[in-house]
Structures are given as C-alpha cells and as structure tokens.
Design a protein around this ligand. Structure first.
Ligand code: CP
Ligand code: NVA
Length: 307
C-alpha cells in the first residue's frame, strides 16, 4: 500500500523513515529499469518564483517519462503577480492540474497552497527547506555505500534550506550529520530540535563552528552556496566569513579514504568548493544531479498513486 498517494511533500519531516526508504528503493528501481510507473493524462504544474535549472528540468522530464504532462506556470503571467490571494489561486489551480511543484521564498506560502489545494503540493525549494534535493542526495549516497545508516555526513557552509533538509533526511535514515557553520549562520533551532528528535539514539545531529571537527572521518562531504537566492546583496560580505568552510583537498583529506563529495548546484568554484574537488575522483556531483530526475519520478509516481 502506497501511503504517500494524495499527500503533500512540503518538508523532509513529512516522511517517516519507512516512507523515505521506500521512496529511495522505488527511485533505484526506476533508475535501473526494474520498475515502471505510469501517470497517463496527469498534469504537473510548476509555479516558480525563483530561478531553476535542475528542479524545473528534472521534474519536467520525470513527468513526461511517466506519461504525463507539465505546465510551466510563469508566475509573472499569472494573476498571482497582481496580488490574487494564494487561497483563491490554490483552489482554482487544483481544479486544473493533478499536482503542483512550487518554488518560493516563504515556507508559509507553500503551506497556504497546501491548505487550500486538494492535490499534492511539492516543495521545489523555499528559504526554509529543499527536500526534493535531499531525496536525490540520499539516493546518491546509497548508490555509493550500499546503505545509509551509520554513515557520517559533514555539511560545511551556511545553515540554510539545504542544511535544514539534510539534517532531517539524515536523521530519518540513521545517518550522523555534522553541520559546520560560522557562528552567526547556524541552522534554525526548530529544525535542530526536530532533527534530534527524529535521530533519537540512532545517530547524531552535531553543530560545530570547526570545519575540521566536522570533516574528521566523514564519508560524505556536502556544501552549498554561501549566499542563497534572495541573499545576493550580502554575497561579498559573506566570502571572508565563510572562507574557512571551503571544501578543498586539505579538508577532504581529513575524511574517510572512500569519502564522496556532493553539492546541490549551482556552485561557485573557488568559494564553497574548489574546482579540483568538484572535478576530482571523489566527486559524485553529476550523478547527484542526474538523480534529481529519478528521485522525483519516484516521488511523483507515489504522490499521484501510480505505485
Ligand atoms: N539544486 C537545484 O535545486 O538546482 P536548481 O536551482 O537549478 O533547480
Ligand atoms: N541554498 C541555495 C540552494 C540552491 C539549489 C538557494 O536557496 O539558493
């Protein structure tokens, strides 16, 4: 029985450990060609208030491969841009499309869509979380190591939307996560609490200011831009603050010999990660980007009740 049919996916914390494992297993099977799923005549709407390459294209291709269609709803061309209330827009769009993937700033706006639309609403990134990315990330780690429980991820950089979803995702899968950030850029306390509750005594959710403490023996290194979308004005000021948190060969050498490197992309080479590490033998960044499509295909198939 697919417990995800008809549900929203607003946060990693919406999933149980079993549901997340199930989604990753489906994604792996779809990728291997061992399973097929069909959503014929179903339509996925994309409503994006921010730029996107991977999320937009991988959702679109996934939906087309499932036999469905995609409508890219340019926000500027909708009445949302002229102030039509979300609660009205949500109810109307729910009469036309079968699911809606939304990229916006405020998690509250996403929650409002979900409250008023009786179709699956998917978080395609907010300032608070980026859970679809983490489905692909965990799939990539699972491919590299065979399983997830007991591994350690070192996340270096900003305590942002990526850090939030990774903390919840790792905790759900029994992976240790060490989040190394400058003191003024720690993840939100609400997420830290939630992740620690999900982790229980299975794994550790550690915050540190020391990149080397995070890196020591880690199997997975992860970073993201130092200034997220909407924070462009502070990008230059952030560079010296975040410089000690760069993933470079010296830091990577402190990890496990088999460690892999992930980045959600887009990357700023020479800032949060060096060109050498991105292009080096430990990088799984391109597989990770490909896995967006497989993971979201599994997500769509489950939410739309095709599996
Ligand atoms: N990683 C990610 O979400 O990329 P886009 O912003 O290109 O969608
Ligand atoms: N933290 C980044 C992630 C981009 C995929 C941002 O929100 O811009």
């Amino acid at each position: 029985m697919n417990s995800l049919a008809g549900r929203d996916f607003l946060s990693m914390g919406d999933l149980t450990s079993q549901e997340l494992s199930h989604l990753l297993a489906i994604a792996a099977q779809l990728k291997a060609g061992d399973l097929s799923a069909d959503c014929p005549r179903q339509v996925l709407g994309l409503l994006f208030r921010k730029a996107s390459t991977r999320t937009r294209v991988s959702f679109s291709v996934a939906m087309v491969q499932l036999g469905g269609q995609v409508l890219d709803l340019n926000v500027q061309l909708t009445q949302v841009s002229r102030g039509e209330p979300i609660r009205d827009t949500a109810r109307v769009l729910a009469r036309y499309v079968d699911a809606l993937a939304i990229r916006t700033y405020d998690q509250q706006e996403l929650a409002e869509f979900a409250h008023h639309a009786d179709i699956p609403i998917i978080n395609a990134l907010t300032d608070w979380e980026h859970p679809c990315q983490v489905l692909a990330d965990l799939l990539t780690v699972q491919e590299a190591f065979g399983s997830l429980a007991g591994l350690t991820m070192a996340y270096l950089g900003d305590g942002n939307n990526m850090a939030h979803s990774l903390m919840l995702g790792c905790a759900l899968m029994g992976m240790n996560i060490r989040v190394a950030t400058p003191p003024d850029y720690v993840p939100h306390g609400e997420i830290v609490k939630q992740a620690r509750e999900l982790a229980g005594d299975r794994c550790e959710v550690m915050l540190t200011g020391d990149p080397q403490e995070a890196a020591a023996g880690a199997q997975v290194f992860y970073t993201d831009v130092w200034a997220s979308m909407g924070q462009e004005d502070s990008a230059q000021d952030r560079i010296p603050i975040f410089a000690p948190y760069q993933i470079n060969n010296d830091l990577l050498a402190m990890g496990d010999r088999e460690a892999i490197v992930l980045h959600c992309l887009p990357a700023h080479r020479g800032e949060e990660i060096t060109d050498g590490v991105m292009e080096g033998p430990q990088s799984r960044i391109w597989d990770q980007a490909e896995n967006r499509m497989h993971a979201q295909k599994a997500l769509l198939a489950c939410l739309l009740g095709a599996i």
